[in-house]
Design a protein around this ligand. Structure first.
Ligand code: AMP
Ligand code: MG
Length: 550
């Protein structure tokens, strides 16, 4: 593959004297130092006991080549841009070289998968290299995903395919710019090796190019890291992990004690509730909300068969593995978030010594979600606040209408801001009234025959409500445009970036990534990236349906 121009420019034009090449950073390993290690170093699949992690190095790959580099993340870390696609950065971030000071490890965790206890899972293909103190003094872990087998790989190969690595790299950055808490990504490295995957588990395995993402987050610890210690009654290990996480990531809570553990749990509930409101706001469907994929910091973590809602449908999930039960469908996410924090509460009971404070703290999940979601809906509609039953009805009727004919959620809200609300608007005929919203509907015919009059009636109510607020129209639009992104990582856009990259062309990825850095801005030269999903993408693999195979 041709190395991307952006990954190779020697100077980023900012004259950043404080940036240093990756090997010159100082690496720390507080997780490894503070927590119980697996005493066995044999890198074979096995059940590990009484440990929070196993020390394991990445497995080298044939020909690591840098495919993409996130300047913002590297600048945050104080790292300068690589000058060669196959230089030291590709060696380190492809897993071929461990730098002095790094103590790589795979974390041990368990989880509930699709509602059932799954026992030990762990980092089966993710290896944390080390921690660095960023320019802003915050601590970040560098973690390679797809870096080879670990004791937690079970029967799998420890690798990741290019398509899934591209999707993680792009989406985590897109989420960051949308203002959604998330892990981030520094680099995407092609391994020069193939990985065999049966994309739809239908007996058609295929060799695909492999790639490794370097993920960046203050911590990758999940609910499942606590669950495993609780499940195996490793109470000392459970306490050490909780104390470490509180000390490093929640220092404001003070010295750990039963009361502090309960307050900490309450904070996790709040963050998780807030995260769900964000996902619902931007139309993101995680796809696999197992408890091993829930971050203890309330970040979006583990981008797998995720998707972006196109036609509004609460029952939609991109994950074919979940097509039957639809447990992790868009509209179920807030409910599943609650189910997941309850599982975490169960794991923390031994620390608090009593269920009651945890049960009380659980209320913070629902309260935070409800408050944030209400505020979000108000912002999405351009109201100063949602008030009373009439507003609730207006919102419910809107969602009902959006479901009645296939309506692109992102475009609907974005276009709603352009509906004129001055006095003359109500007297317009139905057709002119709905005109600004037309391009949000997937079928013109269905829209015209089924919808115009109903939508116009709803819009008249909406306009009347907007006028009650007496917010000037420009201010209403501004409020709406900050809550309603124009550009999201539509499923087919990610697939186009993948298809091009598989042919050695990184220009689509670079263009989409740069547009997604300003998702709330109108970018007239990139209007087509904000269009409805094209019809050819409706049933194309990767553009509408995905499996866990990655
Ligand atoms: P996920 O649902 O993708 O978050 O993964 C669930 C579990 O399977 C985690 O323990 C992963 O580390 C593990 N896993 C997923 N894919 C692989 C792979 N290719 N090799 C090894 N372990 C994997
Ligand atoms: Mg996972």
């Amino acid at each position: 593959m041709t190395p991307p121009a952006s990954a190779l420019r020697a100077d980023n034009g900012h004259g950043d004297a404080h940036l240093r090449p990756l090997p010159d950073l100082t690496f720390e390993n507080t997780f490894v130092g503070a927590l119980p290690a697996d005493p066995i170093l044999r890198n074979v699949p096995r059940q590990v006991q009484h440990a929070s992690y196993t020390r394991v190095d990445p497995t080298a790959v044939r020909a690591p080549q840098l495919l993409a580099w996130a300047d913002d993340v590297s600048e945050m870390l104080g790292v300068s841009r690589p000058t060669s696609a196959s230089g030291i950065e590709a060696q380190v971030l492809g897993g071929n070289k461990v730098l002095a000071g790094m103590q790589p490890y795979a974390a041990r965790y368990a989880g509930h998968q699709f509602g059932h206890w799954a026992g030990q899972l762990g980092d089966g293909r993710a290896i944390t290299l080390a921690e660095v103190i960023a320019v802003d003094s915050n601590r970040y872990e560098l973690q390679l995903k797809g870096a080879g087998r670990t004791p937690y790989s079970r029967t799998a190969d420890g690798r990741a395919v290019l398509r899934s690595s591209v999707r993680e790299f792009m989406c985590s950055e897109a989420m960051h710019y949308l203002g959604v808490p998330t892990t981030r990504a520094l680099s995407l490295v092609a391994t020069g090796e193939t990985v065999v995957r049966d994309m739809f588990y239908d007996g058609n395995p295929k060799a695909e190019p492999g790639a490794i993402v370097c993920r960046v987050a203050p911590s990758f610890v999940r609910f499942g890291n606590f669950q495993i210690h609780a499940a195996y009654e490793e109470l000392d290990e459970l306490k050490r992990l909780a104390d470490y996480i509180i000390k490093i990531h929640f220092p404001e809570l003070g010295t750990p004690s039963p009361a502090v553990y309960a307050r900490w749990f309450e904070e996790i509930c709040k963050r998780t509730g807030a995260l769900m409101a964000h996902w619902m706001r931007v139309g993101f469907v995680h796809g696999v909300m197992n408890t091993d994929n829930m971050s203890i910091l309330g970040l979006t973590i583990d981008y797998g068969p995720y998707g972006w809602l196109e036609g509004y449908d609460p029952a939609w999930t991109p994950n074919t593995t979940d097509a039957q039960g639809r447990r992790y469908a868009y509209g179920n996410q807030p409910k599943i978030g609650l189910w997941n924090v309850v599982q975490l509460a169960n794991a923390l009971v031994p620390l608090v010594g009593d269920k009651a404070p945890l049960e009380a703290a659980l209320a913070a999940y629902g309260d935070t979600f409800a408050t944030n979601w209400r505020r979000t809906l108000g912002d999405k509609l351009g109201f100063s606040a949602l008030e009373g039953e009439a507003d609730d009805k207006l919102v419910n009727d809107m969602f009902e209408l959006m479901q009645a004919v296939e309506t692109d959620m992102t475009l609907f809200f974005r276009f709603l801001a352009h509906v004129p609300t001055e006095a003359s608007a109500e007297t317009s005929d139905d057709r002119s009234l709905v005109e600004p919203l037309c391009r949000a509907f997937y079928s013109e015919d269905a829209f015209v025959s089924l919808h115009v009059d109903r939508l116009a009636a709803w819009l008249r109510r909406y306009i009347e409500r907007v006028r009650q607020d007496a917010t000037p129209d420009f201010a209403r639009r501004e409020r709406m445009d900050r809550a309603n992104p124009k550009y999201v990582l539509r499923n087919y856009l990610a697939q186009q970036a993948i298809d091009s990259l598989e042919k050695g062309d990184s220009s689509v990825l670079e263009r989409v990534m740069s547009v997604l850095q300003h998702p709330y801005d109108d970018q007239p030269e990139h209007e087509e990236l904000a269009e409805r999903r094209p019809e050819w993408a409706r049933h194309k693999p990767g553009c509408s349906a995905l499996s866990c195979s990655s």
